[in-house]
Structures are given as C-alpha cells and as structure tokens.
Design a protein around this ligand. Structure first.
Ligand SMILES: Cc1cc2nc3c(=O)[nH]c(=O)nc-3n(C[C@H](O)[C@H](O)[C@H](O)COP(=O)(O)OP(=O)(O)OC[C@H]3O[C@@H](n4cnc5c(N)ncnc54)[C@H](O)[C@@H]3O)c2cc1C
Length: 343
C-alpha cells in the first residue's frame, strides 16, 4: 500500500525549496503502490502530479490542488552481461547519480558524463537529460510506463520515445505516462564513450572524439559541475535552483546575434547559448536581489537565496526572458516544468 505523507508542502520536495501545500501526498515505494496511488486518484477525477527528486519543478506558492505522488520504487536488475553489453533495468525512484556511480564501477559505458545531475531515473526520459556531450537517449533501450489513459502497462523502445534536445514524447504529452522503470543498454569497458564536449576534453587533456577512463570522466565532470554550482549542496544557495532555467534556443542562422556561439543542427537551424544571450542582455552572474537572483557561478540558474517565493522567482525569470527578447528578438523557453503557474 502507498505510504502516508511525510511532507506537507512542495517546498520540501523541490531543489528550489519553493512551492505551497499539496492537497494530498503519497509516497510510493514499489511499483504496485505507485500504480495504485495514481490509478485511484484517476478514478476519482483527482489531478495527479508525479514527483521524483523535484529538481526540475517550479511549483506555485498556492501549491497543488490534487494528489502529489512521490516516486520511490527502487531496484536494479542486470538482465544480461553479454558481448552486446549490459542490459540494465532500473526502478524509476532510484537516484540518478547513484546509478551513474554504479555504472562507472561496473564498467558500463555511456552515462559517465551525466554525473552529478540531481533527480531520479524515472525523470531522465522526460526531458532526455543531457550534459557534457551525452544524453540518456544514446544508451536508453526502453521505458516501461503506466499509461493513465489506457490504464495499463506499456513499453516504449527508444525509437518510440521521440527524443530530442530536452524533450520526448513524455514531455510533449505531460502526465499521461508514469515511468515505472527505465532499461539501458551499456557497452562494457574501462574507457568512457568518446568525449564530445570541448570543455570536458580540455579538463581531461584529450581531444574531442578521444576517450578517457570512465572514472576520470566522472571526476572531471563532477569538478566542472561543482565549479558552476551544478551539484546539489544544501549549504550553498547557488545550488538552490532547477539547474538551467532556460533551454538553449534553436534559431535560423540569420537570426543569430554577432559573436554568439553556434552549434549547427541537422535541420539547418543553429543552436545558440542561452547563457551568452542572458549575459549580453545585461543579466550577469548574481543579477537580482537578496531573495532571488542568478547564481553567482552560472548565468542560467535562477536561485532561491533562502526566503524567496515562486512568484518572485517567476518575476525575475520574466524580466530576463523579456530583456533577451527585446535585445535579440529571441524568446527563451523555460526548461523546468511549471506547476500551477506560468511565465
Ligand atoms: C543543480 C541542478 C543541475 C541540473 N543539471 C542538469 C543537467 O545537466 N542536465 C539536465 O538535463 N538536467 C539538469 N537538471 C534538471 C533535473 O535535474 C533533471 O531534469 C532531472 O532529470 C529531474 O529529475 P527529478 O527526479 O528531480 O524530476 P522532477 O523534478 O521531480 O520532475 C520533473 C518532471 O518529470 C516528471 N516525472 C518525474 N518522475 C516521473 C516518473 N517516474 N514518471 C513520469 N513523470 C515523471 C514530473 O512530473 C515533472 O514533470 C539539473 C537540476 C539541478 C537542480
């Protein structure tokens, strides 16, 4: 059976430490109670919010007038360890970075550059989590879900997940699929996947496209992330955030401001840096006030200094979005999921 509530406000469940009360709160520690918690609310017509680690959520000060279901089902089964690699099914409630550490220990290759990302395994397919040249779509084999509309379990192969830059079919059809487990297929070895990110290659002393020991990649990524306050630390308000608040915009080449970073995409469009745009529009690191401001170590993170409200956070996000729009004619889009509030 689902467990009784252990928190009363969403602020206790989010890395921003923001968000008002939940009308109902249920923690589900296994697959059966997860499906029961969601299914019984659906039968009553009660809205459901699924929460993992709360690291990509901005919840209104008014809270959530429905049932919040916290996903805590764990378990990791290594189905095979053949020459084709390790085929590993992981419960949605497992902590993502623990899984990366295990993968590096066991020689499962392909997620070492995703070290230090907060949150749970079940949330990783939602926005195709990525960093430092890796995305989970590169190693994900399938996603098992509870389909709230069809009221049954489903399995999506990676090719059916519509993965893109910080998006997937799950993000495009929000709330319908409850991720129960994710299966990855990892090549085996001591060397990590070829390094695709210049800053990481530089830190490792290799060229882009070369490989380095997976352990070294993990340590280098954790060091880089810590220097940018992108590893959670309760003592450090620069990490009281959702990580990047805006995605990197993808625009026609002709719309790119002079000097802006440009990463050409397959469809002829160009991805540019949201951090560069924000900085050049006058919102430098630390911009804001003593309640809510940009991280002093990362232009893309909007942080709660300890006593902020969601409303104040959104005001700052709007000011930045509108400032970038006025300066460059590019509208930034939020990366975190907004619950009961809007930009
Ligand atoms: C300091 C910091 C650094 C970050 N760095 C990165 C980064 O480098 N790259 C990156 O991609 N992201 C990054 N993020 C964002 C975030 O960590 C990821 O998006 C992460 O996958 C969210 O996991 P979560 O369990 O916390 O999800 P939550 O915040 O709890 O939920 C996010 C969304 O997923 C849904 N969801 C969660 N679990 C399930 C489930 N089991 N089934 C269905 N829906 C579910 C929720 O309903 C919500 O819509 C960072 C965040 C922080 C705070």
């Amino acid at each position: 059976m689902p467990e009784p509530p252990t928190a009363t406000t969403l602020a206790e469940l989010t890395t921003l430490r923001l968000g008002g009360p939940a009308a109902e709160l249920v923690e589900a520690h296994d697959e059966t109670s997860l499906v029961e918690a969601v299914g019984s609310a659906d039968e009553r017509g009660t809205p459901v919010l699924i929460v993992g680690g709360g690291s990509n959520l901005v919840v209104a000060d008014e809270g959530y007038d429905g049932r919040v279901v916290v996903v805590r089902n764990t378990g990791l089964s290594n189905e095979s360890d053949l020459c084709g690699g390790a085929f590993v099914e992981i419960g949605a409630g497992e902590t993502w970075d623990d899984v990366v550490a295990t993968a590096v220990d066991r020689g499962w290759i392909g997620i070492e550059a995703l070290s230090g990302i907060p949150g749970t395994v079940g949330a990783t397919p939602i926005q195709n989590v990525g960093a430092y040249g890796q995305e989970i779509s590169q190693t994900l084999a399938r996603v098992r879900t509870w389909d709230r509309k069809l009221r049954g379990f489903r399995t999506f192969a990676a090719s059916e997940c519509s993965f893109g830059y910080r998006t997937s079919r799950f993000k495009q059809d929000p709330g319908r699929q409850v991720v129960v487990s994710v299966t990855f297929q990892f090549p085996l070895g001591d060397l990590g996947a070829p390094v695709r990110y210049a800053e990481l290659a530089n830190a490792l002393g290799v060229q882009v496209g070369e490989r380095a020991p997976a352990r070294d990649v993990r340590e280098a990524v954790l060091d880089l992330r810590r220097s940018k306050a992108m590893v959670l630390d309760a003592e450090d308000h620069d990490t009281w955030s959702t990580g990047s608040f805006f995605t990197n915009p993808i625009v026609p080449a002709g719309q790119l401001p002079d000097g802006a970073p440009a990463w050409p995409q397959d469809d002829g469009l160009v991805k540019t840096s949201a951090a560069w745009l924000i900085d050049r529009a006058g919102f430098t690191k630390g911009y804001g006030n003593d309640r809510v401001r940009l991280s002093s170590r990362h232009t893309l993170a909007i942080t709660n200094r300890g006593s902020a409200t969601t409303s104040e956070l959104l005001d700052l996000a709007r000011e930045i979005r509108d400032g970038v729009d006025q300066r460059f004619g590019i509208t930034l889009v939020n990366e975190p999921v907004l619950v009961n509030c809007a930009l």
